[in-house]
Design a protein. Structure first.
Length: 160
């Protein structure tokens, strides 16, 4: 959006993301990630590989954007980014094998597509309306937690 519209203006060093080559690499990486996520065994391998990459990237990203909240130390910013990105990755890496096992892999493309739609929608909303994005994220978390709790209850054996 920073390159093609006036909706947002990226400052240093983020304006490097407006470079055509950088955008091309990001599009290729996105295509690989979205494709790998829909193939049952490949998504588990990809999640195992990304166990280090995703939290580290989140830590660096959060610390690099620390200028928004100037009173946070760089170590705390790295830690917060690591915990946030690591939590999201841990949830995904935990749920995916369950989906694969319970659906024989047929549910993976469905779950992956739902993740893609939610991530894309929240990204657009967060760029255009940050407060609404936070509210929507809270709603998504509540809905997912409720569905997961119901799923776990149904899987528990009946006791007499």
């Amino acid at each position: 959006m920073g390159r093609y519209t006036d909706v947002i203006q990226l400052g240093q060093p983020w304006n490097a993301l407006e470079n055509g080559w950088v955008l091309l690499v990001l599009v290729v990486l996105l295509a690989v990630e979205m494709t790998a996520d829909k193939i049952p065994a490949v998504d588990t391998i990809n999640d195992a590989i990304q166990t280090i990459v995703r939290p580290a990237a989140g830590a660096v990203l959060f610390a690099a954007s620390n200028n928004v909240v100037t009173e946070i130390s760089p170590v705390l910013a790295l830690t917060l980014g690591l915990v946030m990105a690591g939590s999201v990755h841990a949830a995904k890496a935990t749920v995916r094998p369950v989906v694969t096992a319970t659906t024989g892999g047929l549910g993976n493309p469905v779950v992956s597509t739902a993740e893609d739609v939610v991530a894309g929608g929240l990204t657009l909303v967060s760029l255009l309306m940050p407060v609404l994005a936070a509210a929507l994220m809270l709603v998504v978390i509540i809905v997912l937690a409720t569905l997961f709790r119901r799923f776990l209850r149904r899987r528990q054996p009946l006791t007499s």
